[in-house]
Ligand binder design. Sequence first.
Ligand code: PMP
Length: 406
Amino acid sequence: MTYNVAEIRNQFPILTQKVYKKPLIYLDNAATTQKPDVVIQSLETYYSKYNANIHRGVHFLSSHCTDATESARKTVQKFINAAHPHEIIFTRGTTEAINLVAKTFGQIELKKGDKVLVTRMEHHSNIVPWQMACEQYGAELCVVEIDKQGTIDLNSYEKALNENVKIAAFTHISNTLGTINDVKKMVEMAHSQDIPVLIDGAQAIQHTHVDVQDLDADFYVFSGHKVYAPTGIGVLYGKEKWLEKLPPWEGGGEMIDRVSFEKTTYNTLPFKFEAGTPNYIGAIALGVALDYIQNIGIDSIKAHEEELLRYATERISEINDLEIIGTAEHKSSVLSFIVKNIHPYDIGVLLDKTGIAVRTGNHCTQPLHDWYNISGTVRASFAMYNTKSEIDYFIEKLDFVLNMLQ
Ligand code: PMP
């Protein structure tokens, strides 16, 4: 089946919007993606027809929502090829999932003298939770460096993996550089020294096929809103053996088996980590979003986005005094750049007036920007619904804006 981008665009109502009377060109997909009709409709249907709190109701609506939530869990399980549905924990997003692991893993595994390994290109949400855990337990946060292109130096990574390292946490795809890390190899290297890994999949799940068993990831995390699903829902995948071993995180309803004032016993997986009323309608809509992607085919989406990135990189390279930040051999969907003597913010503000949405700033990767010795970049990021003609328009307006600012 051929990839029909026009048909796909028709399914995203927001894309027909105008901003400042100009057609919207949405190139801020690494920050969040837009939602197709089926996802929006599932929210409407569930809130208007079926809403009732899950897992504790005997009535029709509650059973319906419970079944739909558990079916969404299975959809996520299949999408990432997890071995069991109970290895899928619903969280608010990537950030919450990493905090969950850092806190609970820290509690049982980290002590003075231990190390946690991250990389230079991590998002703040894969740095700060580990830093907090390290501070709490007297461990040390260690960093694997990258080269100028934005590729992790695997030799340094291998050298950094020693018996003091208790976990390695790294991103699958960089939200600033677009680098696709060889995570399978990185997992293999860590496992050869019995070191577990957490992979931040926030920028990967929407662009590439993810198979957590093939990767042999101990933990894999992502956010719904970056994969065409609503905000406020995300996923922590954890291997059963780890999720069984980690202590519960938040206490409250749902995560318990039996409560008395003397002692509480905890629920089985996955509920042990899902205290309180979860965002079940968000979880159901996440299932719808993943089914939607599955129908189009993640490999077709990948091929389309690769072509967009190739084309945008080629076109943007025509512009004088512009430097692309992140030129790794394997890249996905992200094009960050700086222009000599021009502040990224000014470029972003002026592009906005032409209907183009890009992001400017440090994209929550300050240590990475420090390393490049820059304060920020302009970032254009692509999704399944973007087109080459949007890129042409973007390049034309960028040229125009830069002429104004120079
Ligand atoms: N990691 C990466 C690589 C990201 O791109 C993002 C979002 N920009 C996050 C983590 C955090 O995701 P969220 O804000 O949805 O929790």
